[in-house]
Design a protein around this ligand. Structure first.
Ligand SMILES: N[C@@H](CCC(=O)NCCCC(=O)O)C(=O)O
Length: 256
């Protein structure tokens, strides 16, 4: 019998064009799932009030939180909003917070990328800093201005991987080079998160959820973009796929 494909939920962004609100996600994440993690992606519309998020989580094997140019609304972490926090996507905020909490409670494996990594910190009670390139001693983590997408994702910097941590176990190294396309970052780390990697300026580049029932990793960079060609990116997506397969097997064995 052919094994069922593993299903990974991917919460959508909302974008408005051609007179409609579209619920969409970039195809780089979807291809990393199909080609490297061996998963079938399921794009989840940002309509969390209109369906049962936890029922959905009971029928998928993993959750991938994507990056986005939009930012988590600062009301969610107790900071007054300003122009520097824009643009927002409140429907995505509502969906991702519910999905992160639900996934952790149900032990659904979760990989959180860039905005997703920031959402994980906020969902667990942490805060974010904005325009970090303007803060003393911080690097500029934004992409070099360029229309060519491959070049935007090509500029890299080193991150120190926490020895003995979850990420170190996946990538097998105490230093990796990562791309960087963000202007916000974790400010106060949420209780229950462990730092898995840091940039030379102290920016928290990766986290894991302490005591999580399943794979629960956040990365501030974009392993999806070079998932087929960069060794560390490949291992992250393969490890996530393996965790989803293990969750699928547990679900299949669970009494109904
Ligand atoms: N908006 C947040 C999160 C950054 C992020 O997810 N970037 C994805 C790439 C967006 C792009 O193409 O520029 C922040 O800026 O920190």
């Amino acid at each position: 019998m052919t094994a069922s494909p593993i299903l990974v939920a991917v919460p959508a962004d909302v974008r408005s064009f051609e007179n409609y609100d579209w619920h969409a996600t970039p195809d780089t994440y979807l291809k990393a799932l199909t080609r490297v993690a061996g998963a079938t992606p399921v794009i989840v519309p940002a309509l969390s009030g209109e369906f049962d998020v936890n029922a959905l989580l009971g029928r998928v094997d993993g959750l991938l939180m994507t990056g986005s140019a939009s930012n988590v609304h600062p009301d969610r972490y107790g900071v007054p909003p300003s122009r520097a926090h824009e643009p927002f996507d409140p429907a995505r905020d509502r969906l991702t917070e519910a999905m992160i909490r639900g996934a952790l409670a149900a032990g659904v494996p979760m990989l959180c990328v860039c905005r997703g990594h920031q959402e994980l910190n906020v969902a667990l009670g942490g805060t974010l800093a904005t325009e970090i390139q303007e803060l003393d001693g911080r690097m500029d983590h934004r992409a070099t201005p360029n229309k060519d997408q491959r070049e935007r994702y090509a500029t890299r910097h080193a991150v120190a991987v926490t020895p003995g941590g979850v990420l170190a176990g996946i990538v097998g190294s105490d230093e990796i080079r990562v791309n960087s396309l963000h202007r916000q970052a974790i400010d106060r780390l949420a209780d229950g998160l462990a730092v898995e990697a840091s940039a030379p300026d102290g920016t928290v580049e990766a986290v894991s959820v302490e005591g999580a029932k399943a794979f629960a990793l956040g990365v501030q960079w974009h392993p999806e973009y070079w998932a087929e060609t960069d060794a560390a990116s490949t291992t992250i997506f393969k490890a996530f796929g393996d965790a989803c397969r293990a969750h699928a097997a547990r679900r299949a064995d669970a009494p109904r």
